[in-house]
Every structure is written in structure tokens, then in C-alpha cells.
Design a protein around this ligand. Structure first.
Ligand SMILES: [Fe+2]
Length: 394
């Protein structure tokens, strides 16, 4: 395929500073000091807050002269009030930086608090991926240290967060370039306690991010390279991380793969996410697991356009069958091995949901990067296939 020169353009940014390695959470006080943070607020979810890892981090900071507050009043799908409450705690406590700790909810609320605490603007004025952030004062965004405890969302390397608007009950995006954490401490030991099913679900989210980013037609060779390596690491390690949760090598690979996914998806996402968002919003299914369910149906749907790319990917990750079909077969086998359901019916989706979910999926911004333009009609067909478990050609 020969590209036209005018298509070889893009806006790229891959700058996050990451301190990666088992046991490196002990560097937290040093990282805070390096960023000039003297009084951090640690933001995490109520499930993690009582665990020894949090107590140890608070004690280590205290011993280093960094009196650290704790805020953990947030929901698994955080609501706007969680951010507003945390922002008030941040202001009233005189904090000067955020340690955003956790899976998606702790990371996203922590980043959002650092963003909004000193803006004097209501959160609803800042929703969206557009230019709403230009209304804010970038100098007032507090520095953020991100500490991921799952390997899926990749929010630790991202500039956006997701919160549920309480009035409209819709998921909203907050975006600011300075919500990119200043430093990520990627310590895979913090993921050792993640249960098998969550390891599988978050791992499929990481795979979906890398794979969809890789398949977006835009010109971004660096993101594609990162995504391909992310997928190779997942092939090496996801099944092991699920079956042997204490395996630090597998956990390390998965943590990097998750960051690779979120780094590469600045290029875009696709139909996997635009299908799983309405399913998750209506049936409260696990985001990553839902992505895993719909993944092969979407690959088959897009196959005519991404055939050549999938062949290259199959070769790069070392599949015996170097073909697009070989790659799709690998996805189906991986899903089976880690216990991801084969059909949306198993998640509770029925024919009665198709109309509404296809309509919602067609306007989901994530679908804009799909290699084939999405509309209500073709998404309806995809939903039906995913409900019935039909892997026949598109
Ligand atoms: Fe995702």
C-alpha cells in the first residue's frame, strides 16, 4: 500500500516519565520531593484505603517529612460529586500535590482533583475532549504522581479522566494536558493481589487499547510500534498472570502493556469500545471483559481493511499461522483460556437491547477511529453476531 504524502501528518505526544520496576513504590517520598510537593493528598478507592500498601506509603511519606492526607470517598464509577468533595478537601487541607493511586477510579478522581481544586469553575463547564480546558488556568493544576494497581486502564499515562455526571447520569470526559501525571511509579508488586477475573478483564482492556490503536488508519508509526509491542507482551503474559497471579514477570509485562495501550490510543480507538460503552452503561458489565467479548466480531467486521496489518501483527507476536485469520484465532483462543465469555448473551445482552445500543454506539466518540465508518445499521449487525456468537465472515 502506498501512502499519499499529504496523509503523512500527525500531532504526537509520548512524554510521560515512568519509574518502572518491582518494589519501586519506596521511591514515592523522593518523587514527591523532586516535584516540589511538600504536602500531598493521596487519593484512592475505599477498597484499597485500608490495605497495608497504603498504610506503608503514608508512613514512609510521614517519616520523610511529607505529611500526607488521605481521600477515599469515591465510587467504582466515580461521580462528579466525588471530585468536588475531594477538591474541597484538597483546598481546605492546604495540599499542594496529588498521589493518584489505584485502578481507574482512584487514578481518575485523583487526577481530576489536582485539575479542578483551584480553578473556581464548576466541573460541568469543563466536560468534553474539546477546548473546554482553555477556560482554566494551567498554572493552577497541581502536580500528580500516579501509582497504578491494575493493568488495564492506562489512565496513569493519560491526560483525560472519566466521571459520571450526577444530574444527567452520563459518563463525561475531563481533559487537560497537565492532567498527565508528572511521574508514574509503575510497581508491578502492587498488582499481585488482583483476583484472576479482574486480571483477565483489565488485561483484555489493555489488549483492546493496543489493538484498536494499532488498527486506526491515521498516520502514527510510533504509536503503532508501541501498540504492537504491547500486544506481544500480552501474548507472552496475560494467561500466566491470570493462572499464576504471583508471577512477577507476567505482572510486569502486563503493567507495561497497559501503559503501552493508553500511550498508543492517543491515535484513537474503534468499534470494540463503541460497542462496550453502551453495554457497560446499561448493564453495568466489566468494561475490559466486555471488550474481550466483542473483540473477534469487530476484527472480522474490519478484516477487509486491516488484513495486511493483522498479518504483520501475527508475524511480529510470533504466531505459527502468520495470517489475519491466525491472529483472529489467537484472540479467540486467548479469550477461552482466560475465561472471557464468547457471547454478549452471556453478559445479559438480548435482541431487545440491539436497537438502543446500536444507536448509542453510533454516536460514541470512541468509534471515530474505527477503520470502517460505523453507523446504527452496521453496529446492529455486529451486536446480533456478538449476541449469537457468530464468527462467520462479515
Ligand atoms: Fe478501555
Amino acid at each position: 500500500m502506498t501512502a499519499q504524502p499529504e496523509t503523512l501528518r500527525g500531532d504526537w505526544g509520548i512524554p510521560t516519565k515512568i519509574r518502572f520496576g518491582a518494589g519501586r513504590i519506596v521511591e514515592l517520598p523522593e518523587v514527591c520531593k523532586e516535584l516540589g510537593i511538600e504536602r500531598p493528598l493521596l487519593v484512592t478507592d475505599p477498597g484499597l484505603a485500608p490495605l497495608p500498601m497504603i498504610k506503608q506509603a503514608l508512613a514512609a511519606n510521614e517519616a520523610a517529612g511529607l505529611g500526607t492526607g488521605l481521600f477515599c470517598e469515591l465510587r467504582p464509577n466515580p461521580i462528579s460529586r466525588n471530585v468536588e468533595d475531594g477538591a474541597r478537601v484538597f483546598r481546605e487541607g492546604g495540599y499542594d500535590g496529588v498521589i493518584a493511586w489505584g485502578g481507574g477510579s482512584g487514578l481518575d478522581v485523583g487526577k481530576s482533583i489536582a485539575y479542578l481544586a483551584h480553578q473556581n469553575l464548576p466541573i460541568r463547564d469543563l466536560y468534553g475532549l474539546g477546548d473546554a480546558y482553555l477556560k482554566t488556568d494551567a498554572e493552577r493544576v497541581a502536580p500528580i504522581v500516579a501509582v497504578p494497581t491494575t493493568s488495564g486502564t492506562g489512565s496513569e499515562v493519560g491526560r483525560a479522566t472519566v466521571v459520571v455526571d450526577e444530574e444527567r447520569l452520563e459518563k463525561k470526559i475531563l481533559f487537560h494536558p497537565k492532567m498527565m501525571p508528572s511521574v508514574v511509579i509503575g510497581d508491578p508488586e502492587l498488582t499481585l493481589g488482583l483476583p484472576a477475573r479482574l486480571t483477565a478483564g483489565t488485561g483484555m482492556d489493555a489488549l483492546a487499547h493496543n489493538l484498536e490503536a494499532y488498527c486506526v488508519p491515521d498516520f502514527h508509526p510510533m504509536a503503532e510500534g508501541i501498540a504492537a509491542e504491547g500486544i506481544r507482551l500480552i501474548k507472552e503474559s496475560l494467561a500466566t498472570a491470570v493462572s499464576d497471579g504471583a508471577n512477577i514477570v507476567a505482572r510486569s509485562h502486563m503493567m507495561v502493556a497497559a501503559m503501552a495501550g493508553a500511550t498508543s490510543f492517543q491515535k484513537g480507538l474503534g468499534a470494540i469500545h463503541s460497542m462496550s460503552h453502551p453495554v457497560g452503561a446499561r448493564l453495568d458489565t466489566h468494561h475490559g471483559e466486555t471488550n474481550g467479548v466483542v473483540m473477534p466480531y469487530v476484527l472480522i467486521f474490519n478484516r477487509a481493511v486491516i488484513e495486511e496489518k493483522l498479518v504483520r501483527l501475527a508475524a511480529y507476536i510470533g504466531l505459527a499461522d502468520v495470517s489475519a485469520q491466525g491472529f483472529i484465532d489467537w484472540v479467540v483462543a486467548l479469550r477461552k483460556e482466560i475465561g472471557t465469555p464468547h457471547t454478549l448473551a452471556e453478559l445479559g445482552v438480548t435482541e431487545a437491547h440491539v436497537e438502543q445500543m446500536a444507536r448509542d454506539g453510533a454516536v460514541d466518540p470512541a468509534g471515530e477511529g474505527n477503520p470502517i465508518a460505523l453507523d446504527k445499521a452496521n453496529l446492529s449487525g455486529l451486536f446480533v453476531k456478538a449476541i449469537e456468537g457468530d464468527l462467520s465472515p462479515a
